[in-house]
Design a binder for this molecule. Structure first.
Ligand code: SF4
Ligand code: ZN
Length: 420
């Protein structure tokens, strides 16, 4: 995704260099949200006639004085956008960028999203002249600059009265729920195209991520909707449409169009891939996977280890060791880099037996995916699976793992051999 460098006219410096900068409590002039005051941020697609371009409006009583006093304020951010190429599906893609837009301003800090967002303005930024209008201006001008190929008009409304915010936040929450449901229901079968990501070819020249609704990019940065939006925004960029062609194998997830695409863009090195298998022609891995799935033959299943877990795994290797073996854009049956959200997809290793194969994950990863995992496990008819998956507090070696799996009656032990 090529970034157009344009800066909002604000009295502090602006750019990616400030993205990681924190604003500590003692340096904070004023904060919004963070579960301390009601807040939300919501990008809404509207008709052109409903959006007054480049307008920033603050709606609420006595807001100038309240801002000048510092401390805390409630804040509801509504970003109205319109454009010929705009689609409802792009709303969350733009909304997620509010985080970057605000963080790139020196002395401004943003975390969270939706109705759990949290914004701070530092004392220094306030002294430099940052006002509440500037906050809206940043969002307005950066949305226009970075999404100029899909957005023609942008208007930002900042609500600061609690009463308004509570009402609008309810509306926003309904919309968040609708979006989640839509993404959760989107299947690989119903869309007419997948998308590729070739961004990692800069260091893994043969690597192609094929991104589908049910299999996000392995770095976690691209869902199918993100890739689709990125393509609309930058048609010659790193995300390209992949025609599905003919569905050759629904269980393994093999499509003729995907094969053709991957063959061409791997320079002929990869002939075929299965989207839903780790054992048979799996997708290649670059180097920036969030997690590694690794076959654990003794347990007739797989373990998953996340980047950031530095301990030992029951296959006798740490994340860093396995990562060193599988990167670079080659197919390594038995090992595969994946994005965290693929683990709770209904297509997770469908060709190899699905989530029933998972025998071990670090505790922090388990906690992170718990809720969505539970839902999938119930749908798949294994509601007790989560408890049967071991973690490092149970074991870090294979003998102990097998004992544990036997004790709890893990379904992987009863499945057909994972290595054929
Ligand atoms: Fe793109 Fe895949 Fe690299 Fe992520 S890991 S940037 S999705 S090629
Ligand atoms: Zn990568």
């Amino acid at each position: 995704l090529k970034i157009v460098v344009e800066k909002p006219s604000i009295p502090v410096s602006y750019g990616p260099a400030f993205e990681g900068e924190r604003v500590r409590k003692e340096d904070t002039f004023i904060e919004f949200g963070g579960q301390k005051t009601p807040a939300f941020e919501w990008v809404r697609m509207m008709d052109v006639a409903e959006v007054e371009d480049e307008k920033v409006e603050i709606i609420g009583t006595d807001w100038r004085n309240r801002y000048e006093q510092g401390g805390r304020m409630p804040l509801g951010i509504i970003v109205k956008v319109a454009g010929k190429k705009m689609q409802k599906d792009f709303e969350p893609v733009i909304e997620r960028q509010i985080h970057t837009f605000i963080n790139e301003a020196e002395g401004l800090w943003h975390i969270g999203q939706r109705d759990i967002n949290w914004i701070r303005i530092s004392k220094k930024a306030k002294q430099a002249g940052i006002s509440l209008e500037h906050l809206g201006l940043i969002i307005m001008s950066m949305t226009k600059a970075r999404f100029k190929s899909i957005v023609d008009r942008v208007e930002v409304l900042l609500y600061v009265d609690e009463k308004d915010i509570l009402t609008l936040r309810e509306e926003a929450r309904q919309e968040y729920r609708r979006r989640d449901l839509r993404l959760a229901r989107l299947t690989d079968e119903e869309v007419d195209k997948f998308y590729s990501c070739l961004l990692c070819q800069s260091f893994a020249p043969k690597h192609v991520c094929v991104i589908t609704p049910e299999r996000p990019g392995l770095c976690g940065a691209f869902t199918w909707l993100d890739a689709k939006a990125a393509y609309e925004i930058e048609p010659t960029g790193g995300n390209q449409p992949v025609e599905k062609g003919e569905l050759i194998d629904p269980i393994y997830g093999r499509y003729s169009g995907v094969d053709e695409y991957v063959k061409k863009h791997s320079g002929g090195q990869i002939q075929t891939i299965n989207l839903y298998s780790i054992m048979e022609n799996p997708m290649t891995s670059c180097g920036c996977f969030e997690c590694i799935v690794a076959v654990t033959p003794e347990a007739n299943g797989v373990l998953i280890v996340n980047r950031g877990y530095s301990g030992m795994t029951p296959i006798g290797m740490k994340f860093s060791t396995i990562a060193g073996m599988i990167g670079g854009g080659v197919q390594t049956p038995g090992f595969m880099g994946v994005g965290v959200n693929y683990i709770t997809s209904r297509k997770f290793l469908k060709g190899d037996g699905g989530i029933r194969r998972i025998v071990w994950m670090p505790k922090e990863l388990k906690e992170r995916i718990k809720e969505s995992f539970q839902k999938v496990a119930e749908q798949e008819g294994v509601p007790e699976l989560f408890q049967k998956i071991a973690d490092e507090t149970v074991c870090e070696d294979i003998e102990c793992l097998i004992d544990y799996l036997t004790k709890v009656g893990h379904p992987a032990l009863e499945m057909e051999p994972i290595i054929k």
